[in-house]
Ligand binder design. Structure first.
Ligand SMILES: Nc1ncnc2c1ncn2[C@@H]1O[C@H](COP(=O)(O)OP(=O)(O)O)[C@@H](O)[C@H]1O
Ligand SMILES: [Mg+2]
Length: 339
C-alpha cells in the first residue's frame, strides 16, 4: 500500500485551468473524499493520479515514488467510475478475473482472488451470471470487485454510487466503509453526496474552480468553514445567509450565516426575527420549514411542528452564527453584531 501526494499540480485544457496548484498528502491507508460543484476539477485530479492525463505542472507521488513519467498500467492504482463498463459477454467471474488475466496472474491464483472478492462483496451466487442479468446495484458491486481483486495500492473512485437508487446507495456506502476498515487501502473518493462525504471521509477536501477551499475532518469543515463556499456546500438544506452591516470604523457589508438546524422556532414576538412560514416539509423526525423574514427566506430544521401561513419567532443562537465578508466570501471573526 502507499500514500498519495500531489505537489502543486496544475492541469490546463485549451487554456482553461481545470486544476490550479493543488497540493495534498493522503497518508497510507486513509480514506479521503473530494467534493465540489460540477466542473471544479475532481475527475481531472483522479485521472491525473491514475496516469490517464499526463501531469503538466507539479508532481504526483505514489508512496515515495514520483510517478509523473510512469504509465497507468505500472501505477498499481485501480479506478472505479460512475459509468462502470462491464464486459457484457463475460460472466461475473470472467469480468472479475479479466484484469488479473491481462497481468498474467496464473489461473489458480486468479480463481482464489475472484472467490475472495466475490465473498467480500456478496457476489458468490452471481459468478456465472452475465452483467445483463444483474440489477444496477449488483453490476456496481462487480465494478468495485473488479477494482478490488487486484489489491491495488490505491483506489480512486469517481462518484461510484451515483447511479444507484437511494436504498442500494445506503447499503453500498456502508459496505464500502466496512471494506475499507478491513483492507485499509488508500482511497480517494469523489462524490456529490453529503452523507457519503460525512460518513466515509477521514479527511474531506472541498474544491471550487480548480482550487482547494478547505481540507480537514468532515465535522471540522461543517462546524468551522473558512468561507462561504464551504459553508454552503455542507449541510442540507444549506446554511442560510442574511445581509448585515458591521461597524468597526468604516461600515462593511457582511453576511450572517446560520444553519437551518441551529435556528429555534419561538413564539411570535420573541427571538431575533419574526416571519411567516411559507413552506412546510415534514420529514418524519424533523420538519423543514421555510420562513419569510425581512431580508430573505430562511430554512429551518426543527423537531417542532409548524403550519403553513403561521407567524413564528426565530431565535438565532449567538454561538451558532457565522460571519462572512460579502466581497471576498471569507469568514470573519465573530463580532458583537446586532441583527
Ligand atoms: N479532456 C478535457 N478536455 C477539455 N476540457 C476538459 C477535459 N477534461 C476536463 N475538462 C474541463 O476541466 C474542468 C474540470 O473538469 P472535471 O475535472 O471533469 O470536473 P468535475 O469532475 O469536478 O466535474 C471542466 O471545466 C471541464 O470542462
Ligand atoms: Mg467528474
Amino acid at each position: 500500500m502507499a500514500g498519495v501526494t500531489l505537489e502543486q499540480v496544475t492541469q490546463t485544457f485549451a487554456q482553461q485551468v481545470a486544476v490550479a496548484g493543488v497540493s495534498f498528502h493522503i497518508p497510507d491507508g486513509q480514506f479521503w473524499v473530494l467534493m465540489g460543484p460540477s466542473g471544479c476539477g475532481k475527475s481531472t485530479i483522479l485521472r491525473t493520479i491514475a496516469g490517464l492525463i499526463p501531469v503538466q505542472t507539479g508532481r504526483v507521488f505514489l508512496g515515495e515514488r514520483c510517478v509523473n513519467q510512469v504509465p497507468p498500467q505500472e501505477r498499481d492504482v485501480a479506478m472505479v467510475f460512475q459509468n462502470y463498463a462491464l464486459y457484457p459477454h463475460f460472466t461475473v467471474a470472467e469480468n472479475l478475473a479479466f484484469g488479473l488475466k491481462m497481468r498474467g496472474v496464473p489461473h489458480p491464483e486468479r480463481q482464489k482472488r475472484v472467490q475472495w472478492v466475490a465473498e467480500l462483496l456478496g457476489l458468490t451466487h452471481l459468478l456465472r451470471q452475465k452483467p445483463g442479468q444483474l440489477s444496477g446495484g449488483q453490476q456496481q458491486r462487480v465494478a468495485l470487485g473488479r477494482a478490488m481483486v487486484r489489491s491495488p495500492q490505491v483506489f480512486l473512485m469517481d462518484e461510484p454510487l451515483s447511479n444507484l437508487d437511494s436504498r442500494l446507495r445506503d447499503q453500498t456506502r456502508a459496505e464500502l466503509k466496512r471494506l475499507h476498515q478491513q483492507l485499509h487501502i488508500t482511497t480517494l473518493y469523489v462524490t456529490h453526496d453529503q452523507t457519503e462525504a460525512m460518513t466515509l471521509a477521514d479527511q474531506l477536501v472541498v474544491m471550487h474552480q480548480g482550487q482547494i477551499q478547505q481540507l480537514g475532518p468532515p465535522q471540522e469543515l461543517y462546524a468551522q468553514p473558512l468561507n462561504k463556499t464551504v459553508a454552503s456546500f455542507l449541510g442540507n438544506p444549506p446554511m442560510n445567509f442574511l445581509p448585515a452591516w458591521l461597524f468597526p470604523g468604516l461600515p462593511t457589508e457582511i453576511e450572517v450565516g446560520i444553519r437551518p438546524e441551529a435556528i429555534e422556532i419561538t413564539a411570535p414576538g420573541t427571538g431575533q426575527l419574526q416571519g411567516q412560514v411559507i413552506v412546510v416539509e415534514p420529514l418524519g423526525d424533523v420538519t423543514l420549514g421555510q420562513v419569510q423574514v425581512n431580508g430573505g427566506e430562511l430554512w429551518v430544521k426543527t423537531p417542532k411542528s409548524v403550519s403553513l401561513g403561521e407567524t413564528v419567532g426565530l431565535a438565532l443562537p449567538v454561538n451558532q452564527r457565522y460571519y462572512f465578508c460579502t466581497r471576498t466570501g471569507q469568514r470573519i471573526a465573530e463580532a458583537g453584531l446586532k441583527l
